[in-house]
Design a protein around this ligand. Structure first.
Ligand SMILES: Nc1ncnc2c1ncn2[C@@H]1O[C@H](COP(=O)(O)OP(=O)(O)OP(=O)(O)O)[C@@H](O)[C@H]1O
Length: 550
């Protein structure tokens, strides 16, 4: 990123109370006196963004990949009670201890049941016959596309059909070993601090649940802006997700190339991401990890959301709901989550604070993504989530917005980036203009809303920045099929993965895992070293689904 708005530009304040200047760059604050529309005008005498960019270091030097932080990586979640035990690096004690504790937890059983019971793509039946399960031997690796917390994503070719797929591998050992164990093992080999048993059990339980959630959620969804899952299977050492290959690379990669994007381009991607998020929310799913690294561009330049490892299917379980006091949110359209996960720079303040949150957190992340595309970095940056949280809390009026953005963009950012989730634009509720259906008591509610005056009631799709978007065509997927997006990736040969970082494409995909390719018999009980907790992971999309997408 080229332009440090949250720290460097906050020092000098000139004539206008609402505009801060630094190095001659005026910036406005979100949520200043006039909450509806910040009242700043473009000043021709001031340095333009382009001029400013030219004086700064190149964006490539500044942009860094933001890894999703899972539960244990957030210090605030570090367990209070810890005990010290002596184990050595790669000690089997940890795994066997964890696996033996976990093999038969109720949530495991629930997850496995879920896999058996919920195998359906919306409106479709999935062929779950074990005989149709694919294996690693069916696929020839071509090159590495990316690397995540639990393993690599590799471009592979189906040996039988020659079709290309993105194969996401998750190492079972990485999932089974506690993050604290890993961290501590790195530091000291023989005398490490591990968390108490209960916390370890809970964390492991969550990691396994999330592993299944990605496979289960993706197997149930079909949307033009969401990556498709065709197969999943596992062997002794890894879990595999065979995904649609999205050859245009990460939005992150293109942002690195471009620095910042034009407002129309940003509005287009905002609309595509919003369609995907709204679809997820309508299906009871909170995405929780929106960032440029998880937004891929397909061959036509349309945005496709990937990485559902942190997504969560909502629950209306009242015992799980601590927002009963949250009177601004209606009961029927929320589900409450508590896990502190995501990528700190894009995570909503309520997540970073460890408070209960709901699907509205995704709209805050959308605000961060828009800000990043327009400005070159997310509104708050820092080495860890504490620094980011401090900055958010210190910044009473919200993140600074550069003056040169249009009033429409400022307005959009203003409403999405509200720290207080009850004041944030409830996009799901105000998505589009619906025909008015009068219901009993509806008037009363409306009056209450007007009096409260907190909620923005303008429809999201009617916002000025989306004036060029044909929502109907976008929501039905017609646009994605017939029109090119604003950035069309250069692809001379799909196998070259030209739009992926050479940091990854030059990586070796050979790892020499002794156990790779040794299949798991789904119905067999395994020893401690081969826990049965991943039973039920295998999946194959229905024939018609496969046909439709190839
Ligand atoms: N379907 C796909 N087509 C092309 N590339 C992909 C695909 N899925 C993932 N990738 C690449 O692999 C990278 C890592 O994938 P993904 O984010 O799913 O892994 P992860 O382990 O969940 O990562 P993280 O720990 O950062 O969240 C992506 O950022 C992207 O570059």
């Amino acid at each position: 990123m080229v332009f440090s708005l949250d720290e460097e530009l906050s020092n000098v304040t000139l004539h206008d109370d609402d505009v801060n200047y630094n190095n001659g760059i005026p910036v406005t604050k979100l949520g200043s006196k006039n909450e509806d529309l910040p009242s700043f005008e473009f000043n021709d005498n001031l340095m333009t963004m382009d001029e400013h960019l030219n004086t700064q270091t190149s964006p490539e030097e500044k942009r860094t990949r933001r890894r999703s932080s899972v539960l244990a990586k957030f210090p605030v979640l570090s367990p209070v009670h810890t005990r010290r035990v002596s184990i050595s690096n790669n000690s089997p004690n940890v795994v066997s201890h964890l696996t033996s504790s976990f093999r038969n937890t109720p949530s495991d059983i629930a997850v496995q049941k879920e896999n058996i019971n919920t195998g359906s793509i919306i409106g479709e039946a999935i062929d779950m016959r074990p005989t149709t399960v694919r294996t690693i031997q069916d696929f020839k690796p071509i090159r590495v596309l990316g690397k995540g917390a639990y393993g690599k994503v590799i471009l592979v070719k189906d040996k039988y059909s020659t079709k290309l797929y993105a194969m996401k591998q998750l190492k079972k050992a990485e999932i089974l070993i506690n993050d604290n164990d890993k961290k501590n093992t790195d530091k000291e080999n023989d005398n490490i601090e591990v968390t108490d048993e209960l916390t370890m059990r809970r964390d492991l339980d969550k990691r396994i649940e999330r592993t299944f959630a990605e496979r289960t959620i993706l197997s149930q969804l079909e949307h033009p802006n969401i990556v498709k899952l065709f197969y999943s299977f596992h062997d002794q050492s890894k879990l595999y997700l065979i995904l649609q290959y999205i050859p245009g690379g990460e939005l992150f990669y293109h942002l690195k190339e471009h620095g910042t994007l034009e407002e129309d381009t940003v509005a287009f991607y905002a609309a595509e991401v919003s369609c995907a998020l709204k679809f997820l929310h309508d299906n009871g799913i909170v995405y929780r990890d929106l960032k440029p690294e998880n937004c891929l561009l397909n061959q036509r330049g349309h945005l496709v959301l990937t990485d559902f490892g942190l997504s969560k299917k909502g629950t209306t379980d009242p015992t799980n709901d601590s927002t009963s006091s949250d009177s601004d949110l209606e009961k029927d359209d929320i589900y409450t989550l508590h896990s502190i996960i995501g990528t700190p720079e894009y995570a909503a303040p309520e997540i970073l604070q460890g408070l209960a949150y709901n699907k509205n957190c995704d709209w805050y992340s959308l605000g961060c993504l828009l800000y990043d595309m327009l400005v070159g970095k997310p509104p708050y940056t820092g080495n860890n989530h504490k620094v980011i949280l401090n900055k958010i809390q210190k910044d009473k009026q919200g993140p600074r917005i550069p003056y040169y953005l249009s009033e429409g963009m400022k307005d959009m950012l203003n409403w999405l980036l509200k720290k207080d989730k009850t004041k944030r634009w409830d996009v799901d509720r105000y998505w589009r203009e619906e025909p008015i259906v009068k219901q009993k008591g509806a008037n009363n509610n409306n009056n209450k809303k007007k009096k409260a005056g907190k909620q923005r009631v303008t429809k999201f799709q009617s916002h000025f920045i989306f004036r060029k978007i044909n929502w109907k065509e976008m929501e039905t997927g017609y646009l994605q099929k017939t029109t090119l997006g604003p950035i069309v990736p250069i692809i001379t040969d799909w196998e070259l993965a030209e739009n992926f970082d050479t940091e990854f494409t030059s990586m070796s995909f050979e790892e020499n895992h002794m156990d790779d390719g040794i299949p798991i018999a789904e119905n067999k009980n395994h020893s401690l070293t081969t826990p049965d907790i991943f039973k039920g992971f295998s999946f194959k999309a229905s024939g018609s689904y496969l046909e439709r997408h190839f």
